[in-house]
Write a protein that binds this ligand. Sequence first.
Ligand SMILES: [Zn+2]
Length: 404
Amino acid sequence: MPEFDPSRYTLTARWVFPVSGPPLQNGVIEIDSGRITAVHNHAPKPGTVNCGNVALLPELVNAHTHLEFSDLQQPVQPALPFTEWIKSLVGVRRGSPATAAVIQQGLAECRAAGTTQIGEIATQDWPSETYQHTGIRTVVFRELIGLSSDRAAVQLEIARQWLSDPGQRDDTVTRGLSPHAPYSVGPDLYRDLVNLAVEQDAPVAVHLAETLAELELLDCGTGEFVDMLQRFNAWDSQIIPRGTRPLDYLQPLASVSRGLVIHGNYLASAEFDWLETHPRITVVYCPRTHAYFQHPPHPWKRLLDRGINVALGTDSRGSNPDLSLWREMQFLAMKFPEVDPNRILAMGTLYGSRALGCDSELGTLEPGKLAQVVCVPLPEAQNGDSYRLLFAGQDPMPLGWPTS
Ligand SMILES: [Zn+2]
């Protein structure tokens, strides 16, 4: 695929998937100064660049990554029980600390797979330069961990400094907070962090309702997390009130500008009701990671049916063989042929952009939006359903225009 300059080209291809509307056979995308001016399937103007037997679609959005693990060659074992996986992951990191080069390796992998925007969790104060000049817009959620109250003040100060760093003003890097999860952040610290994010107009990401063991810990103060936390010397039996539910971690998010509920595998009707009335909160589903941990079916279809935004993520290479959001979508399309495929496409594009606050610029191929387009090489089949052809396509490639 040749390099294109979006200020000078009109593109046509066998199929164009705008996401905001039905696929267009022999579709045309007109571009001026890096923005889309028209999308149609009328006869193309002279000079139009024909991309051939490919599909053109909006660049992809990976709403949940931990790029500090991008050097892992394969997912960490064992997958189960979950707390053993966490212990293994912690062991891997202690043996080989994260570096900026590893994060950049992950960014390059995401970019090569057609991703334009990511929601990244960072355990350290990496400078903004780490994420810049990659062709990707990154929302960096600084991870905070502290179950017992004696760690709370330090974690809150880390969060405060992270958000006040002038680096956050960069166009391609936005700073947010990630109170890690209910089993690793005490309820008071959680509320303080969310309040700080509200004060600073920063987005929040929290791992929530990920395992049954987490629900047991919240409800009863028992189970495998207690054993793990005791081994980490971090358990305090009084810190989480008995009878706590995931809903108790959603309610403080009511005033955040944007919130990401990562996984949400075991959300129940009370949480559905709350999410339905809080459209700034997105649930992020990580399909292949979800399968790796052998959870029962994720409630993503029911969430979407209720009008709740659901985005897709790869999670880290600690639970996924690669960082390709495209392969997450292919996985879903293959596993759920009964689902409207444009919905799957939207989860990896528009809904992800909505989650990360860029849907006015990205996520669909529509006039006025940035011309950030990926091309998916299609099989040679002459006929067939457009979506079936699309999801049988090869890994996407960004069209290679200048990136900031
Ligand atoms: Zn995660």
